[in-house]
Design a binder for this molecule. Sequence first.
Ligand code: GLU
Length: 514
Amino acid sequence: MKNIRVRFAPSPTGALHIGGVRTALYNYLLARKTGGTFILRIEDTDQTRYVPGAEEYIIESLRWLGLEPEEGPGFGGEFGPYRQSDRKELYGRFARQLVDSGHAYYAFDSPEELDARREAEKEKGNHNFKYDATVRTAMRNSLSLPPAEVDRLITTGVPYTIRLKVPQNETIRIDDLIRGEVSFESNELDDKVLLKADGMPTYHLANIVDDHLMQITHVIRGEEWLPSTAHHVLLYRSLGWESDMPRFAHLPLILKPNGKGKLSKRDGVKLGIPVFPLAWEGDSPEDSFTGFREFGFDPRAVINFLAFLGWNPGTEQELFSVEELAEAFSLERIGKAGARFDFDKARWFNQQYLQHSADAELAKLVRPFLERHGHSPEEAYLTAVCGLMKERITVLTDLWENGYYFFEEVREYDEKTVQKKWSAERRKPFEDLVDTLRQLPDFQAPAIEAATKEFMQRHELKFGDVLPMLRIALSGTLQGPAVFDMMAVLGQERSVERIASALQIFEGLIARSN
Ligand code: GLU
């Protein structure tokens, strides 16, 4: 069998939607599974939609997720350049070849003429004007005009486009690897522009020429491209490349969390969930989005979650490393039906990954989130905190949200509990505890626990009198890891100081309630 070559071919028109990331992932997985090649091609021929920074964003997203291409702009490869704007010259040649072989034609209709025609059709009740076989002979093109006139128009520099001459009365069949046979009637298709008046190719021409020259074997892309595939098949045929046309696989839609309709970038903002891999700063707040990375996701969890948006392994197993995904992956197990974007499921995957991470690994992942708050703790300390908090976080931002007190002083105390459980006469015995802890030669959790128990006996206090108060003194809240572990990690000096100063604060709090 031929070496499998797949490509991810985004247009740099803004932030890369999560659906695009899934397309990249499925291409990547097929390449990994088969020992094939994963290629990145930047489709930037539509200059009106070009957005600066979008290509860098795409590449940074792929890097963050570990989906690096073997070939692509900046990645090397023998089939480059991999940015279509750098291949401009190439496409015109193929467009002309199609004119010469009778599969395409020059069209001189100006945008104004086309608009006027569209308006006239509308007045007649036809809102769907198509430049196709039924009208082409009545338009200004090399099929309707005498050859001498065509030559004159070209040599005098009148702008023209090159259009595909779609044949009449043909059924075009595609054997889609996900959908099975899909057919299109050629009479429904318009004569697509292949080369624009400025000499740039349209998506259709550039895409086919590049897939052919880059020896792409499988085109895996979103369902929204299925209708274009009929034109693509005609192009392969007309260029004489049909015998090694790639196989097509059109991926199902990604649906909103409620399952109703396609997931849009607006949904992210509306629902407060990420639908992009990374944050994107657009020109306006409406065009600025946060991403999975900034939400505190582990890229491995994002990969695992996305893999299941449309594909399933056919077993109960849900947690897959990328290597395991590559092994289990097959296009046959991708469904046709839309896949619901279930953000709670994404969070569940993330929680699983964080809990299965080694403490030191988690420390690395979480560090940038602490740096955002101006903290760069020692590695050993952060690793210990991660060990304690691991069970209590779903996304990386939770470590700060729920455990900021490991890095700075307690900001707020659980006032209600203090008022319920604390009384002035407790102060003396707790001062004794502070002294005991200050003198403890070993400040590991078992020693702290033993000393605390002894103290409780000495003063005839119960667990319920002591532990919640210690917890609040150290962290401000009743939630959190086991209190003796927390003390051991915070360290002797910090724990003792915190408890000592909390005793005073508690007094203030109960005074307030009286
Ligand atoms: N440039 C197209 C896009 O932005 C590529 C579609 C395809 O893969 O053919 O999605």
